[in-house]
Design a protein around this ligand. Structure first.
Ligand SMILES: [Zn+2]
Length: 343
């Protein structure tokens, strides 16, 4: 297994980071990189030498990434560097996989654990987002001065994505118990460690500390470790269970009303309730973290939440989680939603 190399830049402003990133890319031995950058990433990316720059259009899909990758291969690009948010990183991962090139991931936000995972989420022909296997980055470059400027909502979403890990592990154990999955202990331990890295921050008031550099480093470490757990196990199992199915269902039925990590955090409420934990405690935690604790926070009604719960199992055929175990029919789903959000 190739573990991505992680470079953290924390010794100046964003201009210094841009120079340092350019130097790091040429040190890898690249002379003609394809740089896929978001508008937010341009500042950090602009000093990379000899680069071909591409910014994904608003409607960039899996096909867009595939065409870009084929073109990069033909025109002799030697590496893919992705500088941007999750969408940009995911499209670049797909392009790199198509081109047969390695990739450097340079997140400008810490909004989900895809910054270092082999999985990409991007829209297909129909505009619906899909989770597809791609390649894992060879290295991850973290510019602290850039991450400190990221929106608070994206930092909250990054925390939200990590809240999934303990539930994903329970789902993994459950699938093993039913003879439907093998557990990879190394990946399991990494996922546990990833959550443990962020856990101390869940108990304190982060209102003013979301852009604190020590916190961002811990969040980055946790997200990277979660990604490496997925690379190691060759599946998203260590960090994705029923709560991710809820997020996929929100994408499919309601066009993704929240950021991925926020939707996943919302999904944790259902997993907790189905495992017999107190969903109120999870809701309280989410409220404190500024994450959606009820359907209304995502612009949905309780009836919509029932639809999401019923659609969740079909979003990941072949994955067995507490949601499949519960096998809820419509009245069961209504009852659960009613119990969680009792007026
Ligand atoms: Zn996720």
């Amino acid at each position: 297994m190739d573990t991505p190399r992680v470079v953290v830049f924390d010794a100046g402003d964003e201009d210094d980071a841009a120079r340092h990133l350019a130097q790091s890319v040429s040190e890898i031995g690249s002379s003609t990189p394809l740089v896929v950058t978001s508008v937010h990433g341009e500042h950090l990316a602009r000093k990379i030498h000899g680069a071909r720059f591409e910014t994904p259009p608003e409607d960039a899909s899996i096909d867009w990434a595939s065409i870009l990758g084929a073109d990069a291969h033909r025109s002799g690009c030697d590496i893919v560097v992705a500088v941007g948010g999750g969408r940009c990183l995911d499209l670049a991962k797909l392009a790199a996989a198509r081109a047969g090139l390695t990739m450097v991931s340079v997140p400008t936000q810490l909004s989900h654990d895809g910054l270092c995972s082999p999985v990409a989420v991007a829209p297909g022909h129909d505009g619906i987002k899909r989770s597809v296997g791609a390649i894992a980055p060879r290295s991850v470059y973290l510019s602290l001065p850039t991450l400190q400027k990221s929106p608070a909502a994206s930092v909250r979403a990054g925390i939200g994505d990590l809240l999934a890990n303990p539930f994903a592990l329970r789902d993994w154990a459950l699938a093993k118990e039913r003879g439907l999955a093998e557990v990879d202990q190394v990946a399991w331990d990494m996922s546990e460690r990833s959550y443990a890295t962020i856990e101390p921050f869940l108990e304190i008031d982060l209102t003013d500390g979301l852009h604190d550099s020590a916190f961002l480093r811990s969040l980055a470490d946790a997200l990277v470790l979660s990604g490496i757990a997925m690379i190691h196990s060759g599946s998203s199992r260590p960090a994705s269970g029923g709560e991710h199915e809820i997020s996929h269902a929100l994408d499919e039925l309601f066009g993704g009303p929240g950021m991925h990590g926020a939707q996943v955090a919302f999904g944790c409420i259902f997993s907790a309730a189905l495992y017999g934990d107190d969903p109120g405690a999870v809701r309280k935690r989410l409220t404190k973290l500024g994450l959606p604790a009820d359907p209304g926070a995502l612009g949905l009604s309780h009836e919509d939440a029932v639809k999401v719960l019923l659609a969740a199992p079909d979003t990941r055929p072949g994955r067995f989680t507490i949601i499949e175990e519960a096998a809820l029919d419509e009245s069961g789903a209504q009852r659960l939603v009613g119990e969680i959000w009792r007026p």
